[in-house]
Each structure stands twice: as structure tokens, then as C-alpha cells.
Design a protein around this ligand. Structure first.
Ligand code: C5P
Length: 236
């Protein structure tokens, strides 16, 4: 398989076409952004950590019957994925109050929620990724009724698998963001990445942050933290 033209460059990844029309080649970049690109830095080693963490997590999810676009890891920073039609949605699942939820609703950070809360956001930088309810999703035709139901069901299943997995790593899965895509045959699969860039991960004993909040809030170097997440994953 050969890498062809750059198809799309995002904040954290580059997507290339390949000579197979159904397969894309991803390169994880070292760029870190926060506040919709307001804060931007190159952090050497971030790309390879997120590529490895995402690859392991997508493998683990597959073992539990959850399909994703992931095909295989190619190198430290690269992977092959199935080409899918992405929903312009970000799906956030929250187990513990934090971040924008705490800020918007006045709930103390760290408060365990009585059930996992699912939120949709519009993937649109120009609008600052606004939060959406189900009617917004439907009226904007971002997904059909059935697709909304299926995405919610899958997201909740993924949450259960990930909560258990991270618990074994002595990590509390506070919240995380997922993206989904549609394959040629119309089936919905998990896509994008799952990494410390897209999850809030707190050490179960110390509450130490092992995720991108450390970059967002200028609390220190994220590389040792992401490495710690990968080490714990590899010890499972
Ligand atoms: O900022 P907020 O509290 O809404 O983020 C919820 C979760 O979604 C966090 O784990 C964050 O890392 C993730 N997220 C993301 N990409 C975004 C927005 C949020 O990965 N564009």
C-alpha cells in the first residue's frame, strides 16, 4: 500500500489518501492546541504517544466487539484506517463533573454523576463547537433519528468498556469525546482517536491529572503523563 496526497490536515493529525480508495493513512502530529486553537505549541513526542495509545485502545475495544475505523498501526506516529463518512458531531460522555460541564452548570469538579451524561457538540471551529440537543442534531440533518439512537447506544457501550479498562490501570475515566463515521454499507463505526488529548483521566489514588488539562491550564509537561498512561495500558 502506498501513501498518496494529503487529504486533510487537522490540529492533531494529517490524513493521506492511499492507492486503496477505502483506506486512509494517518500521521499523528506533535501539535497541541487548546481553546479552539488559541493556545498552540509543538510538543515533541506527543504524536507517537497518542498514536500508540489510540491503537491499543481501539484494539481493546475490538476485542469487546466494538468496531472502529482502525485497521493497524504502521509506525510510531502512523496508522491505517478505513475511510468513513464522518458525522459532524462530537459525542462527549461524562461520568464525573469537570470542564465545561462544571463551568456551565455550576457543579463542583470531581462530583460523581449518578449516570453517564451524553452530550452532542457541532464540529465547527468557526462557531466554537456549540452544544446541541437531539432536535438540533435532527433539524440540522447531522444524523437521522435511528443514527442518533445508534450513536448513543454505541457511545454508552464504549463508556462501559473504557471505565473498566481504565479502572484496571488505576485511572478514573472522568469524561471523553468520541467521533463516529459511516462506512460504505451504512454501518456506524467509532472513528478519530481516543487518547489523553480527548479524555480526562485522573489517577484513582492521587487525583493527579494524566491528560491534556495539564497543557490547557499550563500545569506542566504532558509527555511524562501520556507516557504513564501508555505504560499502564501496556501492563494490562
Ligand atoms: O471541555 P469539555 O469539558 O466540554 O470536554 C469534555 C471532554 O471532551 C474532555 O475529555 C475533553 O478532552 C474532550 N474534548 C475533546 N475535543 C473537543 C472538546 C472536548 O476531546 N473539541
Amino acid at each position: 500500500l502506498d501513501k498518496k496526497e494529503l487529504l486533510y490536515e487537522g490540529k492533531a493529525k494529517e490524513l493521506y489518501e492511499t492507492d486503496d480508495p477505502d483506506i486512509l493513512w494517518v500521521n499523528y502530529k506533535n501539535q497541541a492546541t487548546a481553546g479552539n486553537g488559541a493556545k498552540k505549541e509543538t510538543i515533541t513526542g506527543k504524536g507517537k504517544l497518542n498514536n500508540q495509545i489510540t491503537s491499543v485502545l481501539f484494539e481493546k475495544l475490538k476485542e469487546k466487539g466494538i468496531n472502529s475505523h482502525f485497521i493497524k498501526q504502521l509506525s510510531e506516529t502512523e496508522q491505517l484506517i478505513q475511510k468513513v463518512e464522518m458525522f459532524s458531531l462530537e459525542v462527549v460522555i461524562r461520568n464525573v463533573a469537570a470542564g465545561s460541564f462544571s463551568k456551565r452548570l455550576g457543579v463542583e469538579e470531581g462530583k460523581q454523576l449518578s449516570f453517564p451524561v451524553l452530550e452532542f457538540y457541532l464540529k465547527e471551529d468557526a462557531l466554537n463547537d456549540p452544544i446541541l440537543n437531539d432536535d438540533h442534531v435532527r433539524v440540522l440533518k447531522l444524523a437521522t433519528d435511528n443514527e442518533v439512537l445508534e450513536i448513543k447506544k454505541k457511545a454508552m457501550e464504549i463508556n462501559q468498556v473504557l471505565i473498566e479498562l481504565f479502572e484496571k490501570m488505576n485511572i478514573r475515566l472522568v469524561d471523553f469525546k468520541l467521533e463516529f463515521g459511516k462506512t460504505n454499507d451504512g454501518s456506524i463505526v467509532l472513528a478519530d482517536e481516543i487518547s489523553p488529548d480527548t479524555c480526562r483521566l485522573w489517577d484513582l489514588d492521587t487525583n493527579d491529572r494524566l491528560d491534556k488539562d495539564v497543557f490547557r491550564k499550563d500545569l506542566g509537561d504532558i509527555i511524562p503523563l501520556y507516557q504513564e498512561v501508555l505504560n499502564r495500558l501496556n501492563q494490562l
